[in-house]
Design a protein around this ligand. Structure first.
Ligand SMILES: NC(=O)c1ccc[n+]([C@@H]2O[C@H](COP(=O)([O-])OP(=O)(O)OC[C@H]3O[C@@H](n4cnc5c(N)ncnc54)[C@H](O)[C@@H]3O)[C@@H](O)[C@H]2O)c1
Length: 367
């Protein structure tokens, strides 16, 4: 068998750990080294990745010529420096989104990445999802006529204020940029106009639910709803996650509950329905396509920095539009504290398998 690719991991938090598991399960990767600023994370890495070198500074990883690629799984504020150091040391890069904490830096990085001969993948995980591929194939076959309306919804009892991810921004950017990317990917066009409305749940300073609607340059219209205010204290926690692609003749749609995804296709010739595992962030797909791309010397289909930066820029702009419309307040700070306390004590939320639960975008605190 060919020699495995060697990866250096920066950031051994939730996403770093999940990527390491995917690499350990892949025949194409060896996890050679792990770096994290946090001692507890390094201790965990020593136990879970016993053959890797564990570091409290990243320089040894960048300086190791045997390392082919780095995984950048810290937070957005650390990423620009790490991407630059990786490219300067001729490492391929598998980065989490967003690539930086502000839009001008993100665009500067796109220019540097596109001028480099290294491969840089960004974890826009929806682009690796089987269900979106099914929907898009059906649309390309002409089964729904011309795509006219794309509707995307992602509401879960997810990440709360004060639970981290500050450099990634409020949910409509942190998580919503994925769905801004999904709508643009389906529309195959650039955003042209929008109007957004939010609500400041519990009186928190940032809107924790936002809906935007508007147009693409090619005439497709969209609505995107993202909110982490969906049933936090409900006895059984709900989700409402779907894509609804409405054509001039038919409909292609999917929904999921983090465990299972269901695709329903209503075309002029075919009606199809399929349910299969949601497969969470599809990191197995990402590490596989990224490895095969490195071996082939070209991108065989991984998501790219430019798409991530457009999604980041537009989601910030939509969020700011929602803020400009003075989001009303519903709920109280006491309710927010009650939810935070509830989540701190949650060990097995959602009734999902722990692996799914830990990786789910709803990002439970599991203690
Ligand atoms: N693509 C997705 O669907 C998705 C989902 C969740 C999170 N994310 C992104 O992944 C990134 C990581 O998120 P997470 O949920 O794993 O966060 P996390 O807080 O669980 O993990 C971050 C880890 O990075 C470490 N770290 C932070 N700054 C560092 C630095 N300068 N040097 C070294 N280590 C550092 C922390 O100690 C921690 O162990 C974020 O940018 C987030 O936006 C993406």
């Amino acid at each position: 068998m060919a020699k495995k690719l060697r990866a250096g991991i920066l950031g051994y938090g939730r996403m770093g750990r999940a990527f390491v598991v995917a690499m350990q399960e892949s025949a194409l990767w060896d996890v050679a080294a792990v770096y994290d600023i946090c001692g507890q994370a390094r201790q965990l890495a020593r136990q879970q990745v016993p053959n890797a070198a564990i570091y409290d500074a990243p320089d040894a990883i960048f300086g190791d010529p045997s390392i082919d690629a780095v995984g950048l799984f810290t937070l957005a504020d650390a990423r620009p420096q790490q991407i630059r150091q990786a490219l300067a040391n001729r490492k391929h890069v598998l980065a989490e989104k967003p690539v930086a904490a502000d839009v001008p830096t993100e665009w500067q990085l796109v220019r540097e990445i596109e001028a480099s001969d290294r491969l840089v993948a960004v974890n826009l995980f929806n682009r690796n999802a089987w269900y979106h591929k099914d929907l898009q194939r059906f649309i390309e076959e002409g089964e729904i006529g011309d795509l006219a309306v794309i509707r995307v919804c992602h509401m879960t009892p997810g990440h709360m204020p004060l639970e981290g991810h500050d450099p990634e921004g409020p949910p409509f950017h942190d998580c919503g940029m994925h769905y801004v990317d999904v709508a643009r990917w389906y529309a195959k066009s650039e955003y042209q106009s929008w109007h957004a409305q939010g609500i400041r749940a519990w009186g928190y300073k940032d809107p924790w639910w936002v809906q935007a609607h508007g147009t693409f340059a090619n005439g497709v219209v969209f609505d995107i709803t993202q909110g982490f205010i969906y049933g936090h204290l409900a006895k059984e926690q709900p989700h409402n996650c779907y894509v609804d692609a409405i054509g001039t003749k038919g409909v292609a749609r999917m929904r999921h509950d983090f465990a299972e995804a269901t695709v329903e296709l209503y075309g002029v010739h075919n009606t199809l329905r399929k349910s299969a595992a949601f497969n969470d962030k599809k990191l197995d797909v990402m590490v596989d396509v990224f490895a095969r791309s490195i071996l082939a010397g070209k991108n065989l289909g991984f998501p790219q920095a430019r798409d991530s930066v457009i999604a980041s820029e537009v989601s910030w702009a939509m969020l700011n539009d929602a803020i400009s419309h003075v989001p009303p307040v519903r709920g109280t700070p006491e309710e927010m504290l009650e939810i935070l306390e509830h989540r701190r004590n949650m060990v097995n939320g959602f009734g999902l398998p722990v692996k799914t639960q830990e990786l789910a975008e709803s990002e439970l605190i599991v203690r």
